[in-house]
Design a protein around this ligand. Structure first.
Ligand SMILES: Cc1cc2nc3c(=O)[nH]c(=O)nc-3n(C[C@H](O)[C@H](O)[C@H](O)COP(=O)(O)O)c2cc1C
Length: 133
């Protein structure tokens, strides 16, 4: 399995990860769950009306963290907007519960992919493992 696929699988199995953004000099963090590999890139999904979207537009630097079975994963990088219609459709197909709130045609659904990402798997017992994508 490729590194980016291991990252996606870990996030899927953890179910919830925490996304940190920068808001001026104030860190902001919130739970997220959406994740998808599309066209070789790791995507997450949000709504353009949300504060998190506004923060990423002003400063794309972001970090996510998830924990599962004694291991944790951090992915640090930039989250970049992508209005690709097919990426939105693929996310809605993977996570159909999103269809209650979003559609690929609305002005709100936002797909963001990681650029310049460094993912680090850590535990208390093993050496950290880094993946870049
Ligand atoms: C378990 C869980 C998963 C969530 N996943 C997402 C998600 O993938 N995308 C999203 O936009 N909001 C998701 N939310 C909702 C956001 O955490 C919530 O809208 C948050 O307030 C957004 O951050 P903001 O207020 O700084 O904009 C999730 C909430 C929970 C409890």
């Amino acid at each position: 399995m490729e590194g980016i696929e291991k990252v996606c699988q870990f996030l899927e199995e953890a179910q919830t990860y925490y996304l940190a953004t920068v808001d001026g000099d104030q860190p902001r963090v919130r739970p997220f769950g959406t994740v998808l590999i599309f066209d070789g890139k790791l995507y997450i999904q949000t709504g353009k009306v949300k504060d998190v979207s506004r923060q990423l537009a002003a400063n794309p630097k972001a970090e996510i963290c998830a924990f599962k079975d004694g291991r944790w994963l951090r992915v640090a990088g930039e989250l970049i907007n992508d209005d690709n219609y097919d990426a939105k459709v693929a996310m809605l197909e993977k996570m159909p519960e999103l269809k209650a709130m979003y559609s690929a045609d609305d002005d709100n659904m936002q797909m963001l992919f990681f650029r310049n990402a460094t993912a680090t798997f850590s535990s208390f017992t093993e050496a950290p493992e880094c993946v870049q994508f």
